[in-house]
Write a protein that binds this ligand. Structure first.
Ligand code: SF4
Length: 387
């Protein structure tokens, strides 16, 4: 059995990934307060400026949903039902509060149930998120961020000064930059780090304090840089687009079919790390711009264009950069069953990839471990098409 003290780099990230609660309880023993949060939208800078440690809420595909099902019906996506199930089974007992948000209806509903089930003394804030990106929407989001700042100041008794906030923005920008360095290492053929290892690293970074996460990323980059990765034949280079993937087994399945997962458009991936917060603006305005306008997610609508193709270009043009820079051959459109925001997007996104000459496969997953092996047969058949 490993002790985490002797582990570094990817092994240390894997240890944190596999032992999240244990790691977070260690953080709490240092007197720190931990706030659980949903999705890519709550600004981490506001939380760490208050001296709090943000921890991303994740589900568990290995755990049958028994308790979560008492509050959320099966017509909702199993990821969000699993998150609530984990909370009901005391997996989030370490948290001193929660930041909920409205990125989709399922997350909104779960955020409120989560708060109602929490201990009365714990912190709870609901971040309302507009789903358009016009000026009124940005102004509304700025107001929500100010409410969030006030609520955090009241909970911690500590004022969040602009200077402190700018310092934290720099720290989080550093995290995002380091993650992008790791992504750049996957431009190589073969990529220097697999998709499943990268996911473990990202989950670890979303579990520990920001400075610790940055130190871990520096270690991982150094380790990966020194690796000699030998090329064994040509493997198709895949992009994964879609619903959240927070368990590495799904990516491992795709890679075990003989593909390299080189890039993603996903919530624990590029959507969380692709853009920095600008430092030359009022910090709250700059945070609103980064977290609302820059995050590309099917939960946000853009002004419709006159034709289907023009609309697709407007909505998915950013993906073309990923296709070119990471030399993508194929795309996995990954949907958690009953995920409406991503499910409704499938016809348009599929058409967009195909218009770029990129083959696609739609993988629908019920967010259980046992349903992964049958998907392998379909993945194997997809990979054969590249031979
Ligand atoms: S997977 Fe889809 S439906 Fe489920 S919480 Fe995420 S966006 Fe909402």
């Amino acid at each position: 059995m490993y002790s985490d003290k002797v582990l570094t780099g990817i092994k240390r990230a894997e240890y944190i990934y596999l032992n999240r609660s244990e790691e977070i309880f260690k953080i709490k023993q240092q007197g720190k307060k931990v706030i659980a949060y949903f999705c890519c939208y709550p600004p981490l800078e506001l939380l760490t400026s208050s001296g709090l440690v943000p921890v991303r809420i994740l589900g568990d595909i290995k755990e049958p949903i028994t308790e979560g099902g008492k509050h959320l019906p099966p017509i909702m996506c199993n990821y969000i039902r699993s998150c609530l199930d984990c909370k009901q089974k005391n997996n989030y007992d370490y948290s001193d509060g929660v930041i909920g948000c409205h990125s989709c209806d399922g997350i909104e509903r779960t955020s409120h149930i989560w708060s109602n089930l929490a201990k009365p003394e714990s912190f709870s804030f609901f971040l309302d998120i507009p789903h358009t990106l016009n000026k009124n929407a940005v102004d509304f989001f700025v107001l929500q961020l100010k409410y969030m700042k006030n609520a955090l100041e009241q909970f911690t008794g500590t004022k969040i000064s602009s200077e402190k906030l700018l310092k934290e923005i720099e720290l989080h920008n550093k995290t995002r930059k380091l993650v992008r360095v790791l992504y750049d290492m996957r431009k190589l053929d073969p990529p220097k780090i697999s998709g499943s290892d990268l996911l473990k690293v990202l989950v670890a970074v979303m579990t520990v304090p920001v400075e610790e996460g940055n130190a871990l990323l520096i270690e991982v980059i150094k380790e990966v840089n020194n690796l000699n990765t030998a090329k064994i034949g040509k493997k198709p280079r895949l992009l994964i687009w879609g619903s959240i993937i927070d368990n590495f087994e799904m990516i491992q399945l795709i890679e075990s079919s003989g593909a390299d997962v080189v890039i993603d458009d996903s919530a624990i991936g590029t959507r969380s790390y692709w853009h920095d917060v600008k430092l030359d603006d009022d910090p709250i305005n700059a945070i609103a711009d980064r977290y609302l306008v820059k995050v590309e997610c099917p939960c946000s609508f853009k002004e419709a264009k006159k034709t289907f193709n023009a609309d697709n270009e407007n909505r998915f043009g950013y993906i073309n950069e990923l296709i070119k820079d990471w030399k993508v051959d194929g795309a996995v459109l990954y949907i958690i069953r009953n995920c409406d925001p991503h499910g409704f997007e499938i016809p348009a996104i599929k058409s967009y990839f195909e218009s770029r000459g990129i083959r696609t496969i739609i993988l629908e997953h019920d967010y259980t471990n046992s349903s992964i092996p049958p998907l392998k047969t379909r993945m194997d058949a997809f990979i054969e098409m590249f031979e």
